[in-house]
Design a protein around this ligand. Sequence first.
Ligand code: NAP
Ligand code: MG
Length: 396
Amino acid sequence: MKNPLVEIDGDEMTRVLWSLIKEKLLLPFIELKTEYYDLGLMNRDATSDAVSAAAAQAILRHGVGVKCATITSNAARQKEYGLKQLYPSPNATIRAILDGTVFRKPIVVSNVKPSVSTWKAPIVIGRHAYGDVYRAAEMEIDGPGRVELVYTKKDGGERRILVADFDSPGIVQGMHNLDVSITSFARSCFIYALQEKLHLWFAAKDTISKTYDGRFKTIFGEVYKNEFSDKFAAAGISYFYTLIDDAVARVVKGEGGFLWACKNYDGDVMSDMVASAAGSLAMMTSVLVSPNGVYEYEAAHGTVQQHYYRWKNGEKTSTNPAALIFAWTGALAKRAELDGLAELAHFAQKLEKAVTGAIEAGLMTGDLAKIAEPAAVKTLDSQEFLDAVAERLILS
Ligand code: NAP
Ligand code: MG
């Protein structure tokens, strides 16, 4: 390696797997160069969470990061770890600094079939991570009265529109979004689609929500026309806008193999639908792409808490490390691309093939053994699976 990538360590079972992956699959094969940040909960507490922001700043500096899953602290975790205070989720901290969009893509193996029989290639979900119902103001209306939206301009003047005249109790909600956020979401989607050579779909409900969803549609259209239409044509990919209900019908009848850009709520719901229909949470990869071309790779799953407690009791666990390994290969391949390192790119490919090859040969962890067709040849614990992958890597 020429330049380091930012390595962000985490918690519980994924922290255990993290060091095993390095020991068995990376250090014996490459001269790994990383700038290490420990975002394990104890170190976040010791640094009053300064380490989370420092890690995000490091990704901005180096361009590429790889992150282990981390505990989002809550009252139970505060008690369990004796924390000084509660901290925001590291992912939220990092996303706020990198201003990115998260893309989720399943790892495809031939013996784990999607429940949608027409899907031949993975569907990638790009979810907008700001605003809408996640930052809404809501109110219960307890009796007759008028509800209005009022915009008080900073430099004087106001605009108001009627939401509803209530003659009985009900509810009301006010949502917002920002042009800058929608624009950077759109840009991240176009950049990702180009990089992965995927057609890009975007869907909203602009027939009903002419101003709100209409703005999303307009911004996507403008960013495409002004910055990406030539590049898309050269790459042989297309941008396609349709209504969300039409998109859903097409997704379920289609062959997959495209990027589906989703508004915040649609992405929340549809990424769970796509992940479950594609097989298993443990096979879902995730990458944060910032509009200024900085990348952070991780697994979509959490720290696998229950497995960790069993592991701490001395039990062997069959936790699937596939998505964590793919976080590493994604980051290494991106580093290779930025630094022009063909050998490193080749290694990342070989490691991915060693993982899918082992699973397709019937060697897998328990989560996949439950759903594989044909049935698993052998159900392995995490260590045995990593050893099986290492063996294939040596032979490849
Ligand atoms: P989780 O870690 O994703 O695990 C939920 C369940 O999914 C597990 O109990 C396990 O099911 C299955 N699973 C997930 N990953 C697996 C793997 N690699 N191999 C096998 N099975 C896997 O979610 P959680 O238990 O709700 O959350 C635990 C902690 O993770 C929380 O503190 C949360 O804050 C944190 N979290 C972090 C991130 C992140 O850093 N990006 C994301 C989500 C959650 P079985 O028990 O049935 O085997
Ligand atoms: Mg969800």
